[in-house]
Design a protein around this ligand. Structure first.
Ligand code: ATP
Length: 463
């Protein structure tokens, strides 16, 4: 990692706190590892991402329906899915400083080796043979690698007995399989069709998370697309393209992401093909999204464990079968982080007194920018505030607006640049005479005088 890229992460984390994108979780109590809170600006950006995803993948399509299932599910779900037995990561303890590290991360962050599919013995040997160092203390003296289940346990009811153990879901996907029959019988969908869900998932991650990249509580947007087995390759390709279209919609630069196919060792035993869409984060090239062909493993497992029939009757072919599945999965928080990294720009800009200064501007794609328009009266004088608030009221139903009259106009522009507001509408005393305002473009900093009566139409065209 170059020093410059390392700095970039610090700059983004500090901007995120300063401007209300993301705060450290439980900060006044010293924090809670790998938790973060989304602030006033962050929640707007996050909601824009989630709403756009829902529109693109559910509302704009006639072949996909939505679901909002309970986070807590019957424990048998996780038996059937394999999470109770197999949702394990290998970990090692540093004997010197007692830090607990994920062995796969220790290896993959330092060597060009994927550990998926390798035995604990092999992982232990790789760590020893390569003299890998503890990220906390720099020493290389580790315990043998061992397994650790990532699911958060809790208890239902008042008695903490074994049979009352339930888990916070580690992924949203299983609810789509569990509800397959309910959705089929309530919607009469024909294959191919999909069920989508966006919501919280929980994993007991122990590795330092790189800001919001890896957290113990995060949001996923997933969809299970049910298909006929023979069409899997065609559908896989199709969904890969749809995922790229989504990245285009977000405005993520093409040079910043790439596709990596899992090799045989890395593939889950039920998957014939899985790819990761990876993003070039400042701390390395890492998984942003995944796309997996899961065969009909999940529905078959749920049929076996629940004893409920999961077959689909295909009226075209006049036969019954358990559908196969293509699963595109998107992390909300990683999308947020990629959007922040992609948008972060430093550039030289002229100041009012003819000098230049470094301007920090978040060049978000306009469609996901947290605030679309800022209304900035040049002074707090009552008649100007009243006029500016009327403009705010006329825009707020269509555009997410922010009204700001504190501090100098230069400082306010700087704040809006740092939260990536595409347009600032400045209201001055002349506005009271000529019913016009100055609209400033975030990227070009060009200013244009626009009649107040034409402002809504002007902005509609600009977005
Ligand atoms: P990783 O290898 O980085 O742990 P994964 O392969 O376990 O990720 P999946 O199980 O495929 O991840 O989860 C689907 C998506 O959910 C990921 O592509 C990512 O965007 C998101 N995600 C997974 N774990 C986390 C986490 N701990 N924090 C934030 N997002 C996550």
């Amino acid at each position: 990692m170059t020093e410059k890229r390392e700095n970039l992460m610090d700059k983004i984390t500090s901007l995120a706190k300063r401007r209300g994108f993301v705060f450290p979780g439980s900060e006044i109590y010293g924090g809670l590892a790998n938790t973060w809170d989304y602030g006033p600006v962050g929640v707007e950006l996050k909601n824009n991402i989630k709403q756009a995803w829902w529109k693109m993948f559910v509302q704009d399509r006639e072949d996909i329906v939505g679901l909002d299932a309970a986070i807590l599910m019957n424990s048998n779900v996780w038996q059937a899915s394999g999470h109770t037995a197999g949702f394990n990561d290998s970990l090692v303890d540093c004997k010197k400083c007692r830090a607990r590290l994920r062995a796969d991360h220790l290896v993959e962050d330092n060597l060009d080796i994927k550990v998926e599919g390798k035995s604990l013995k092999e992982i232990t040997e790789i760590i020893r043979d390569n003299n890998l160092k503890c990220s906390a203390c720099g020493k290389s003296d580790f315990t043998e690698a061992r397994k650790f289940n990532l699911m958060f346990k809790t208890y239902q009811g008042v008695v903490e007995e074994d049979n009352a153990i339930i888990y916070l879901r580690p992924e949203t996907a299983q609810a789509m399989f569990v509800n397959f029959k309910n959705v089929m019988s309530s919607t009469h969908k024909k294959i191919p069709f999909g069920i989508a869900q966006a919501g919280k998932s929980f994993r007991n991650e122990i590795t330092p998370g790189n800001f919001i990249f890896r957290t113990i509580e995060f949001e996923q947007m997933e969809l299970e697309y049910f298909i006929k087995e023979e069409n899997w390759q065609k559908q896989f390709e199709y969904w890969q393209n749809e995922m790229i279209k989504w990245l285009d919609y977000l405005g993520i630069k093409k040079e910043n992401y790439s596709i990596r196919e899992h090799d045989k060792e890395e593939l889950s035993h039920y998957s014939k093909k899985t790819i990761d869409i990876e993003y070039n984060f400042p701390f390395g090239v890492k998984e942003l999204y995944g796309l997996a062909y899961r065969g009909n493993f999940d529905l078959t497992q749920h049929q076996k464990h629940s004893k409920q029939n999961m077959e689909y009757f295909d009226t075209e072919d006049n036969k019954k079968y358990i559908p196969h599945v293509i699963e595109p999965t998107f992390g909300v928080d990683r999308t947020f982080l990629a959007a922040m990294v992609d948008a972060y720009t430093e550039e030289e800009a002229p100041t009012a007194d003819g000098k230049t200064e470094t301007r920090v501007v978040m060049k978000f794609n306009k469609n996901i920018a947290p605030v679309k328009v800022a209304i900035l009266p040049l002074s707090k004088k009552e008649n100007l505030s009243k006029y500016a608030k009327e403009i705010f009221d006329s825009l707020k139903t269509e555009f997410t607006c922010q009204y700001d009259e504190s501090q100098s106009i230069g400082k306010r522009y700087r704040r809006q640049d740092e939260i990536g507001t595409p347009y600032c509408v400045t209201v001055d005393f002349e506005s009271l005479e000529d019913d016009a305002v100055t609209v400033r473009d975030r990227d070009t900093m060009k200013q244009e005088r626009v009649k107040v009566g034409e402002l809504v139409e002007w902005l509609r065209e600009a977005f």
